[in-house]
Design a protein around this ligand. Structure first.
Ligand code: PHE
Length: 353
């Protein structure tokens, strides 16, 4: 027997003895039998020098050896994988789960839902309306005469009027982004007869320079109550109830005379500072009070503009800014944060309901 033949046999013997890894590494097996620098490759190198006669007999058994080594390698690596799985080395089921990244409600929505909840319990419906509005519903019907300086308090963005099909007349109203949700009050009063009791949450726009305290868009909730014999005391009592539900049962309210073209008389509503309990802090600017809403009795002209007889019906209305109340509730000092979509800001409200 040639020495090459001898080597092939003994290597085969050695291979056949390896039935399991037995504590040795799979990599050691691969280096020895499979790799390009391993024992079998070496034998193939020697085989090249063998005589023609020898090649005939040896070629077959050398190839069988190579094949057997590859099969054994596959078997050993399968076994190793199976045992790793069953012993849980790769997947550790005892590890705590990676938490799902669930989102959370936006702070403005938290406030909006809370306001809606309070008024719904008082029997107010929630009504929606268009953000792109005509001049009449946003201003004129609300008793802002055309070219009246009161419009300057609510400058907005005007939209070029698209042509209507078939030469239909659009009328000469300007199209604009609404400056308050009072347009929905007008639409509601035109559509339905009193008694009416509704709130109108929504986004509004104003042509303002963007700063920590002002933005070109923000959100409001307005309210309207029209019926026979609705008086100023109803307005006061409704908003007093709201303030206690929203900010705590010890909250007090204060009304200050004000002016809005669409209400007469008009009043600003302040609540006792719920941050410091009216002791004085930088939120209430050491006055003990914070302003939260505008309000008043619906002006007879507004009722008339909507086809409601002011001799028969009266009503009150109010409007509050959702951003402002949210800033007060959570001590937020920059309005711009609400629309920047910064996760670090938003996720702080996860636990708040
Ligand atoms: N529409 C007013 C505003 O946006 C708020 C308001 C509503 C005041 C209803 C009084 C009554 O400033």
């Amino acid at each position: 027997m040639s020495s090459l033949q001898e080597k092939v046999r003994s290597l085969r013997q050695e291979l056949d003895n390896v039935t399991s890894l037995g504590g040795k590494s799979l990599e050691a097996f691969r280096l020895k039998f499979i790799s390009k620098k391993g024992a079998i490759s070496e034998l193939f190198e020697e085989f090249k020098q063998a005589s023609v006669e020898e090649k005939k007999t040896l070629g077959k058994i050398l190839n069988e050896l190579k094949q057997a080594a590859e099969e054994r390698f596959k078997q050993l690596s399968d076994e190793q994988e199976a045992s790793a799985k069953s012993s849980g080395v790769e997947i550790d089921l005892s590890l705590p789960p990676i938490p799902n990244k669930t989102g959370s409600l936006h702070p403005l929505n938290l406030t909006r839902y809370k306001i809606i909840e309070v008024f719904e319990r008082l029997g107010f419906n929630v009504v929606d309306g268009p953000e792109i509005e005509d001049d009449w519903h946003n201003f004129t019907a609300l008793n802002f005469p055309e070219n009246h300086p009161a419009r300057e308090m609510q400058d907005t963005f005007f939209i070029e009027k698209p042509a209507l099909p078939d030469g239909q007349e659009r009328g000469n109203h300007d199209i604009l982004l609404r400056t308050h949700t009072s347009n929905v009050q007008i639409r509601l009063m035109k559509q339905q007869k009193p008694p009416l009791r509704a709130i109108m949450p929504g986004r509004v726009y104003r042509n303002e320079a963007i700063s920590a305290r002002a933005h070109c868009f923000f959100h409001q909730v307005e309210g309207l109550y029209v019926d026979k014999n609705v008086g100023f005391s109803d307005l006061k009592q409704t908003l007093f109830h709201f303030a206690k539900e929203m900010f705590g049962k010890d909250t007090k309210i204060r009304l200050r005379p004000s002016f809005f073209p669409f209400t007469e008389p008009s009043a600003e509503i302040d609540v006792s500072c719920f941050i410091c309990g009216s002791k004085g802090c930088n939120v209430c600017k050491y006055s003990g009070w914070v302003e939260i809403a505008g309000s008043g009795m619906v002006h007879p002209n507004v009722l008339r503009n909507c086809g409601i007889d002011p001799e028969e019906y009266t009503g009150f209305a109010f409007g509050m800014g959702i951003e402002r109340i949210t800033m007060l509730r959570y001590g937020i000092n920059d309005l711009r944060m609400f629309s920047e979509n910064d996760i670090r800001f938003l996720k702080q409200f996860k636990a708040v309901v």
